[in-house]
Write a protein that binds this ligand. Structure first.
Ligand SMILES: Cc1cc2nc3c(=O)[nH]c(=O)nc-3n(C[C@H](O)[C@H](O)[C@H](O)COP(=O)(O)OP(=O)(O)OC[C@H]3O[C@@H](n4cnc5c(N)ncnc54)[C@H](O)[C@@H]3O)c2cc1C
Length: 369
């Protein structure tokens, strides 16, 4: 079976690339290893720019894709020293349900969708790609002129088309994150995502509290155990916002690609482009949906630009992704006074107190590492 484009991964990056291409008349195959809808460890905070991209591409989101309340205001930081800072979005964000959202995006983008289909091998040449996959017990393969690798942090496509970049930059930057969902309550406005800055910025914990559910996410390296990190966050939140957990909890472990923190990206090669976390697009706070959408759209546009030419889309992508890369490169982040990603740090930076300045310094240090 031959397609114009095979897209591996039906997260926001893959769905956006597929939609961009299918809407221009390309014959697109979108593959995902999971059956849709699939769960994804995610807090579900969509920034204003992410919301704009989604609504522009797919129209207003159906109610089943939104959490209640859906309005998202930004991030509220609690620091160990007693500080409390609001980092508002410049526009209106949304709280989304990832499983429903991603399934909606996959089904309404105009591509042929094969879910429950794990890609096991990729061959990518000049204007040629072949993917081999396993669907249940059955093996199969599909061919395409172009390939988009949107298969997340541990991308097989990235490993295959740019093994050197994967080894040198992605592998050392992979970080494990655990998200624990429990029944519980706290004194917290559900429109804000919480960020706890612990151990002088050495540890960050993200959390939300909504309609009797508490979500807590922590990342950890090899030297620490997630149980200890999580317990420290839980204990801190019970002191600061009266967090009380009860009943069972559900745990999801995920891997994030943090290579963008050091200003590195992997855009693919030739006719195989990478988008979303596969390319390293994850902002320093750990927000990735907006960047996945933006890079997926751009990858789709660059393939469309390349069609009929003898120039591979990677060259278009390198050129057109430049502003995005510069914005996220470590140096660029340091220069962006008052703003990191879509969050406005200026209210905090303007605080005169010694504690506030120390808290901000430790957070900046942590984010640029
Ligand atoms: C705990 C946690 C909380 C987060 N919270 C937020 C948040 O609140 N807001 C935010 O913006 N971001 C958040 N993020 C980050 C965000 O979830 C990701 O950056 C985003 O999902 C990346 O999108 P993507 O399309 O690149 O990849 P993904 O969403 O990871 O999608 C990749 C897809 O590829 C599929 N796949 C992988 N390998 C194969 C294969 N071999 N064959 C076929 N299919 C394959 C997977 O099944 C998956 O569906 C969070 C991340 C974590 C871990």
């Amino acid at each position: 079976m031959h397609y114009d484009v095979a897209v591996v991964g039906a997260g926001p990056a893959g769905c956006m690339a597929a939609r961009e291409l299918a809407s221009r008349g390309f014959k697109v195959l979108l593959l995902d290893k999971e059956g849709l809808p699939r769960e994804k460890a995610c807090m579900g905070l969509l920034s204003p720019e992410g919301r704009r991209l989604l609504e522009e591409g797919f129209g207003p989101l159906p109610a089943e894709c939104l959490l209640e309340p859906a309005e998202a205001l930004g991030v509220k930081v609690l620091s160990e020293g007693g500080g409390e800072y609001l980092l508002p979005f410049s526009g209106e964000g949304l709280w989304v349900r990832r499983a429903s959202l991603d399934a909606f995006l996959a089904r309404s983008g105009g591509a042929e969708v094969w879910d429950g289909c794990r890609v096991t091998e990729v061959t990518a040449g000049r204007f040629y790609a072949r993917v081999r996959f396993l669907r249940g017990e059955e093996e199969g393969e599909a061919e395409a002129t172009y390939l988009v690798g949107a298969d997340g942090a541990e991308s097989l496509v990235s490993k295959t088309v740019r093994p050197e970049l994967y080894r040198l930059h992605t592998l050392p930057a992979l970080e494990r994150t655990v998200l624990v969902l429990s029944e519980g309550e706290a004194d917290w406005d559900p429109r804000w995502l919480g960020l706890a800055v612990l151990a002088r910025g050495e540890r960050l914990g993200r959390f939300f509290v909504r309609a009797g559910t508490v979500g807590m996410a922590i990342s950890w390296g090899q030297e620490r155990h997630w149980q200890g990190e999580l317990e420290a966050l839980r204990e801190f939140l019970s002191r600061r916002i009266g967090l009380a957990l009860r009943g069972e909890s559900v745990r999801m472990v995920s891997v994030s690609n943090r290579m963008a923190r050091s200003g590195r990206f992997n855009l693919g090669a030739g006719s195989a482009l990478l988008a979303g976390e596969a390319a390293g697009f994850l902002d320093p706070w750990g927000f990735g949906i907006r960047l996945a959408l933006e890079s997926g759209k751009l990858a789709g546009e660059c393939i469309a630009e390349s069609a009929g030419e003898n120039v591979t889309p990677h060259l278009h992508y390198l050129r057109r992704a430049q502003p995005m890369l510069e914005m996220w490169a470590a140096g660029g982040r340091k220069r962006s006074a008052g703003r990191v990603g879509e969050l406005d740090l200026s209210p905090w930076a303007g605080e005169k107190g010694r504690t506030a300045r120390r808290d901000l310094r430790s957070l900046r240090r942590r984010l640029s590492r």
